[in-house]
Design a protein around this ligand. Structure first.
Ligand SMILES: [Zn+2]
Length: 330
């Protein structure tokens, strides 16, 4: 990290390590806390350049992988936790994360199949042509190589504290971008490690997720995300250090811009229904006419998030007709 990026009040024991990912988002920020034990917050994807860069960055601090005593995993996306299984095997370190991440991290293959099936059904119901559904399914399968299973050894839940360096950090469970996402907050320094909950230059996409248990209702991730943005904006945060990109010095301002962006998008989506009932796929085509299938999936996910909120506000309703969900204004 350059001097300019290291704000006043950033603890001596904490270091930002940037490692490459094979994903469009670019490098991921890991946080190394020196101390007893040395702790690494997020580890990067299972990707040879990520491993090489991580080992070199640790060596520059006089550390080897085997010296790391604890891995904290902020959420179950492979750019953040993918190589944790291999690193934990090499170091024997503790692996801590929110319990909502346990199933996908530990039982990777089985849980991934359940998720793939959920997304195929969801996309079909959203009116997506079958060939696009299958193409996204294939890409998701290919992405599977960037993570291996890892068995968490302990839970970090909202309200827990974890020792980093010689200070206590509070665990905040902030579901939205991912259901099991945690941030870490240091209340004396007013520092937040925000993972992908808050990124300076990218609006984190709260992706539709399956219920944790079969038979439960699907979580309303965009609604969760907005609640958790407001929660973080109310904390006295001097600096937020995110999972990607530069630190954030105006959290309330950034949150206000994100909330305004989502409010406007919700209104745009409502307007598309003025000309009659539509599927989420059709709505996404009206908003974004040309997208490749993966970005089409992300757009449909975003539309569904807003429809969830508009439905809770009583402004839209839906009905399943011949296997496809049609939304209309109430
Ligand atoms: Zn990420």
């Amino acid at each position: 990290m350059t001097k300019a990026q290291r704000p006043l009040g950033f603890p001596e024991y904490l270091h930002i390590l940037q490692v490459p990912t094979p994903f469009p988002v670019g490098p991921v920020n890991l946080y190394l806390a020196e101390g007893d034990p040395p702790t690494l917050i997020d580890v990067g994807p299972r990707y040879a350049p990520a491993r090489e860069v991580l080992e070199a960055a640790l060596a520059a601090k006089g550390l080897r992988l085997a010296d790391i005593g604890c891995f904290v995993l902020t959420h179950a996306h492979s750019d953040h936790y993918g190589q944790a299984g291999e690193l934990a095997a090499a170091s024997g370190a503790a692996v801590l994360t929110h319990p909502a991440n346990f199933a996908l991290m530990a039982d990777y293959e089985v849980e991934r199949e359940r998720r793939l099936a959920f997304y195929r059904t969801l996309m079909g119901e959203a009116g997506t042509p079958q060939e696009e559904v299958l193409l996204v399914d294939r890409v998701r399968r290919q992405m599977g190589v960037f993570a291996v299973p890892v068995r968490p050894t302990g839970a970090l839940k909202d309200g827990d504290t974890i020792r980093l360096g010689d200070e206590d950090w509070q665990v905040l469970h902030t579901p939205g971008h991912a259901g099991g996402l945690i941030c870490l907050y240091q209340p004396q320094r007013h520092l937040l490690l925000s993972s992908d909950h808050l990124l300076r230059d990218i609006s984190s996409n709260p992706i539709v997720e399956p219920p944790e248990q079969e038979g439960e209702n699907r979580p309303r991730r965009l609604a969760d995300y907005i609640d958790q943005l407001q929660r973080v904006a109310a904390l006295p945060v001097a600096w937020a250090f995110p999972g990607h990109g530069p630190p954030i010095d105006d959290v309330p301002g950034l949150v206000a811009r994100r909330l305004e962006f989502h409010r406007r998008r919700g209104e745009e989506i409502l307007q598309t229904l003025e000309s009659g009932p539509k599927t989420p796929y059709e709505i996404s085509r009206m908003l974004f006419p040309r997208l490749d299938p993966v970005n089409r999936f992300l757009a449909i996910s975003e539309v569904i998030g807003h429809l969830d909120i508009l439905e809770a506000e009583g402004r839209v309703s839906s009905a399943l007709e011949d296997g496809v969900r049609l939304w209309r204004r109430t």
